[in-house]
Write a protein that binds this ligand. Structure first.
Ligand SMILES: [Zn+2]
Length: 503
């Protein structure tokens, strides 16, 4: 919805208002601005950078480490840029052009100029800069060109800078003010107008930051979903995989999923094969016919892969997923007539008014049969886990989450009375489907309890401390974590101790 581009709009939401959480990136922007103002007044660049880094002390340790790294990369670029353009004066970090009595264009970016009218407006990327020009770049160029200072504008650059690698791309390269205006009219204005006129409500992860979430009828009403009596410190959004990640390590969850720090991809095989398998099954199910072995030729024989004709096929993905896909054939949900109208891999969003949290629920497939809404979750493993349905249940949080979601409004939303979760576990040699129903009272108590325990911890936490664990050595954000080697040291300590006591 277009509320984001209308910062002064206050929609009618009754007693509910969006409670905003801390805006972490704002702190980095403030630091860059402060360094700009101080160097304008004659401060030396690097001493100012070091002194401003001290303002970041209160942040989460991982975010602080990343911001310090990013500030070094950003100002290394800045220094190199001054060598080619001349000394740069900082103008603004919120560049606004008034377009009419009630309208202005704003680019949240950093604007600099030289004494002879060369201007550069910079957008930050957490990881790597992108080279493609979007409507944003033309809005930014136009805003940068129209910004009023004492120096007439000669040429304008729009540049993206990657905070992780310090590499820049000049997306708009030294154009004049007139050219900036023409490019805006030609390539961005219609997008801006479309954004302002937008009224369609599209649910998504952003719902947790939207001004109408508390009263939005596109969200499934799921009061009490998280089993909590009171809301947390601000309006949030969460999924089962968030809570699973949080349980493993609050710091990792925070750095990856809230602060979006750059990840070092470790090519984790289990993760890649899971993603590949899900992607393939979702595509196959869009056909509305059961998967069969003839759909799945040997990876060496990709030409025979007819059902995805015309689509780009990633052969490495296919090879990873192949054995799991063959296992899936024996339990494909489309074999039963009831599931012929199933929906595929869609995220369903609901809202828990008691906890003030948006919930994202994603199943691999779901369908209604009579009075029951069934959700199918697919997991890939190397070896089928042993144990009763209850033991399997406790290993996969997604099952508890889905059961609670079904009970807390999803089933009703689809015209069903009961809910059912089918957990399909695929190994390279077999497939097993475990089935769980919302009619099982004892199971539902366990499911609610599990969601409540985790959600309560997650919602109240504003520190996100690291929890050293065996996964630390493969953690995607370990570079930013002060406790990255703590688990290994613990192990070494234990070994030394054992050796010591044995002698
Ligand atoms: Zn299938």
């Amino acid at each position: 919805m277009a509320l984001k581009v209308r910062p002064r709009t206050t929609p009618e939401t009754g007693e509910w208002t969006l409670r905003k959480g801390p805006f972490v990136l704002g702190k980095l922007a403030d630091t860059i601005k402060a360094i700009g103002w101080r160097t304008n007044r004659g401060g030396q660049l690097w001493p100012e950078v070091e002194s401003q880094k001290r303002q970041l002390r209160d942040l989460h340790d991982g975010v602080r480490q990343f911001f310090e790294h990013g500030l070094d990369r950003y100002f290394e670029y800045h220094e190199a840029r001054e060598e080619s353009l001349g000394q740069l004066r900082f103008l603004d970090g919120w560049v606004e052009v008034v377009k009419g009595p009630d309208a202005s264009l704003v680019a949240w970016a950093f604007l600099y100029e030289t004494d002879d009218g060369l201007r550069e407006i910079r957008r930050l990327r957490h990881s790597t800069a992108q080279a493609t020009a979007t409507a944003w770049a033309y809005v930014a160029a136009h805003a940068a060109a129209e910004y009023v200072s004492h120096t007439p504008v000669k040429r304008i650059w729009v540049t993206e800078v990657g905070l992780f690698d310090g590499i820049e791309f000049h997306i708009v390269d030294g154009i004049s003010r007139d050219e900036a205006r023409a490019l805006y009219e030609e390539r961005a204005r219609s997008d801006v107008l479309a954004a302002i006129r937008g009224t369609a409500k599209v649910t998504g992860r952003g719902c947790g930051e939207c001004k109408i979430t508390g009263v939005c009828d596109s969200l499934v009403c799921s009061d009490g979903f998280l089993q909590l009596d009171a809301p947390g410190p601000w309006t949030r959004s969460v999924s089962a995989s968030d809570l699973e990640a949080y349980e493993r390590c609050p710091a990792q969850w925070y750095m990856e999923r809230e602060a979006h720090l750059p990840r070092l991809e470790d090519g984790n095989q289990a993760l890649l094969r899971g993603l590949a398998t899900h992607r393939w099954i979702a595509k196959a199910h869009l056909r509305g016919v059961p998967c069969s072995l003839t759909d799945l030729p040997d990876p060496a024989d990709l030409d025979r892969l007819s059902f995805l004709a015309g689509e780009e096929i990633d052969s490495a993905d296919y090879e990873l997923a192949h054995a799991f896909l063959r296992s899936h054939v024996s339990c494909c949900p489309l074999q039963s007539a009831a599931s012929l109208s199933l929906s595929v891999e869609k995220t369903l969003y609901s809202y828990d008014g008691k906890a003030d949290v948006v919930l994202a629920t994603k199943a691999d497939a779901y369908w209604v049969d009579g009075d029951t809404l069934t959700m199918r979750e697919i997991k890939t493993v190397q070896v089928q886990p042993e144990g009763s349905d209850d033991e399997i249940f406790s290993r996969f949080l997604a099952v508890a989450w889905d059961l609670v979601a079904l009970e807390a409004g999803l089933a009703q939303r689809f015209g069903a009375v009961n809910g059912e979760v089918q957990l399909e576990i695929l190994s390279p040699s077999s497939a097993v489907v475990h089935t769980y129903s919302t009619r099982d009272a004892a199971l539902m108590r366990m499911a609610r309890g599990r969601v409540r325990r985790l959600a309560r911890q997650w919602l109240a936490d504003t520190q996100w401390d690291p929890l050293p664990n065996p996964g630390c050595s493969r953690c995607g954000v370990r570079r930013w974590c002060g406790a990255r080697d703590a688990f290994e040291s613990l192990l070494e300590g234990a070994v030394t101790h054992e050796v010591g006591s044995a002698t």
